[in-house]
Design a protein around this ligand. Structure first.
Ligand SMILES: C[S@@+](CC[C@H](N)C(=O)[O-])C[C@H]1O[C@@H](n2cnc3c(N)ncnc32)[C@H](O)[C@@H]1O
Length: 291
């Protein structure tokens, strides 16, 4: 496999809050865009890949677990690009494109990958019917309620008829001890106040059908964050990291105003997730076929 070096210089403006970098774009996305977040997203990628036994649902692969040669794959909101890098490496005859509103793309990547800036809500710069597979993972904290139909309609426009859309979403942590569910409820309240859809995971089927897809699989998981298995642990630390990185928004809502108080709260949060009744993280992966 040939590797290429990206010449692209960073272009996206960022702002600092509680010592973390957040991007300043028109997107409603409210997680940081710094190196710590890139590390979290990479860890989350491998946890999700393990949980769902692969980057691509078996419904999108042939009997030999392969993509057809020449398959064009688009990852919308690719972040640091771990998913597209792995898909491009696993299927060298596929052509893989990653787009995101911020240029946090890998500097070095296989030659069958391209990374470009683009906002799915504004429309992406690719022709109709130009991809066989579109992947969209974890837009929960990125889209406003009215943007979900637009984003899925854009994926539908870009896919060839019979092409596959794979989406992955989760909910705030509302299952567990009061300490844990109180955090999840406050995250949901914050999202509602900002026009977002905290429980979109329960509406995926209807949203996808309305955007012109037939849902062929909807795989919902409840991950036990108190279990000691490696995937459970990876998911627990991922959720705790999200709580840490949303400090600028959650500290006053939760009543932990100083850095010391917020740090102590995140430690307690990790402990409470593992106490009885354990906390559960709801995650879903759906596969839909363009009609
Ligand atoms: C939670 S991260 C997930 C990253 C990657 N999909 C993954 O699973 O590792 C969400 C990503 O969506 C990007 N994003 C947010 N709003 C977007 C938009 N309107 N269009 C394209 N990308 C967007 C963010 O910059 C961020 O990289």
């Amino acid at each position: 496999m040939t590797i290429t070096q990206s010449q692209q210089e960073p272009q996206t403006a960022t702002t600092e809050k509680s010592g973390r970098q957040f991007h300043t774009t028109t997107s409603a996305y409210w997680l940081p865009s710094d190196e710590e977040e890139m590390d979290r997203l990479t860890g989350q990628h491998f946890a999700l890949k393990g949980l769902f036994a692969g980057n691509l649902s078996r419904f999108m692969l042939d009997e030999q677990h392969h993509l057809k040669p020449g398959t064009r794959v688009l990852d919308i909101g690719c972040g640091p690009g771990t998913w597209p890098l792995e898909v491009a490496t696993d299927f060298p005859s596929a052509e893989v494109v990653g787009v995101d509103i911020v240029d946090i793309f890998p500097k070095t990547h296989p030659t069958n990958t391209t990374f470009e800036l683009g906002n799915v809500v504004d429309g992406l710069a690719y022709p109709d019917n130009s991809f066989d597979v579109v992947n969209m993972r974890f837009f929960l904290l990125a889209l406003r309620k009215e943007e979900w139909p637009k984003a899925y309609a854009e994926a539908q426009r870009l896919l060839k008829p019979g092409g596959y859309l794979q989406v992955w979403e989760c909910t705030p942590l509302v299952y567990g001890r009061d300490f844990v569910s109180n955090v999840g409820k406050n995250v949901a309240k914050f999202m509602e106040a900002h026009g977002q859809h905290p429980f979109v995971v329960d509406y995926l089927h209807g949203l996808l059908e309305a955007a012109g897809f037939d849902v062929i699989d909807l795989d919902k998981r409840m991950v036990d964050l108190g279990e000691r298995g490696p995937l459970n642990r990876a998911c627990l630390w991922n959720v705790v990291d999200v709580v840490k990185s949303t400090q600028p928004f959650m500290a006053s809502l939760l009543g932990y105003e100083t850095d010391e108080a917020y740090t102590a709260f995140t430690h307690q949060f990790a402990i409470e997730c593992q106490m009885d009744p354990h906390a559960y993280w709801k995650v879903a992966r759906a596969v839909a076929l363009k009609r």
